[in-house]
Design a binder for this molecule. Structure first.
Ligand SMILES: NC(=O)c1ccc[n+]([C@@H]2O[C@H](COP(=O)([O-])OP(=O)(O)OC[C@H]3O[C@@H](n4cnc5c(N)ncnc54)[C@H](OP(=O)(O)O)[C@@H]3O)[C@@H](O)[C@H]2O)c1
Length: 247
């Protein structure tokens, strides 16, 4: 079978767990040279071994621009170019209106907004025509889940970035799209479910498919958006949510 990403270099931020890890594995299995990032070195080492195919881990926090500079300097040195960026790293924290502290605002906005902006902006000098950027959004960016206002606002901003950046990058032939998962059973989600009795049943009832997603469900959509099969898709938001937004 033809490998769709043979000879391509791919970055997955937050690629050491959950959706990012599943996506990094899928890209690597399809021939890509994958670079993954994450803050915890031990978790990153495990992920790199799990991904195989010569994957490279570069420890770093997307909220720290210097860490991203180190990542891209290494890719420049090793490959001279970059074909795909999956700006996946993101955090979710709850705080109801009335309880929103500055520290909460700073943490979520630094990782989800500042981190996404720097991840993409710093990648641009390495990218050429035909390159693809995929941003991790969320159904939360279009919905009103309780106590999730800051997280949801960051995901709405990410959806907005894909529109503006599509225009900013049109002369360069780089496509920008958003993948917006619904409720996916990742370590982050498992932590939330463990702390909130009944949440899994309530979420499952919202999903037309009748099940929560797997990270692999999202990975397949990211590879589609990065591939030539999506050559005329730009500024688009692809919901991978078992039908939540569509039905
Ligand atoms: N799971 C869902 O249901 C769901 C739904 C909608 C959208 N999403 C979005 O999908 C993305 C991935 O979510 P997930 O559920 O897979 O999360 P996860 O299970 O918590 O995994 C997050 C990954 O990102 C890394 N990471 C977190 N903060 C980082 C930072 N500041 N810099 C670099 N790496 C960082 C983590 O490693 P370290 O902790 O070691 O840094 C880990 O590898 C997020 O943007 C999330 O908002 C998820």
């Amino acid at each position: 079978m033809t490998k769709r990403f043979e000879g391509k270099t791919v970055v997955v931020t937050g690629g050491s767990d959950g959706i990012g890890l599943a996506t990094a594995k899928a890209f690597a299995a399809e021939g890509a040279q994958v670079y993954v990032t994450g803050r915890r070195q031990d978790r990153l080492d495990e992920a790199v071994a799990d991904i195989g195919f010569g994957a490279v881990g570069v420890q770093g926090d997307v909220g720290n621009p210097d860490d991203l500079d180190r990542l891209y300097a290494r890719i420049l040195q090793n490959h001279g170019r970059l074909d795909v960026v999956f700006a996946n790293a993101g955090i979710s924290e709850t705080a109801a209106l009335g309880d929103i502290a500055d520290t909460h605002l700073d943490r979520v906005m630094t990782t989800n907004i500042k981190g996404t902006v720097h991840t993409v902006q710093k990648a641009l000098p390495l990218m050429t025509s035909g390159g693809s950027v995929i941003l991790a959004g969320s159904v939360a960016g279009s919905m009103g889940f309780g106590a999730l206002s800051i997280y949801s606002a960051t995901k709405a901003a990410i959806r907005s970035f894909a529109r503006t950046w599509t225009t900013d990058l049109k002369a360069r032939g780089i496509r920008v799209n958003v993948v917006s998962p619904g409720m996916v059973k990742t370590p982050a989600m498992q932590t939330y479910l463990a702390a909130n009795a009944g949440a899994e049943d309530a979420m499952t009832q919202m999903i037309p498919f009748g099940r929560m997603g797997d990270s692999e469900d999202v990975a397949k959509a990211v590879l589609f958006l990065a591939s030539d099969a999506a050559s005329y898709l730009a500024g688009h938001e692809l919901f991978v949510d078992g039908g939540v937004m569509a039905v």
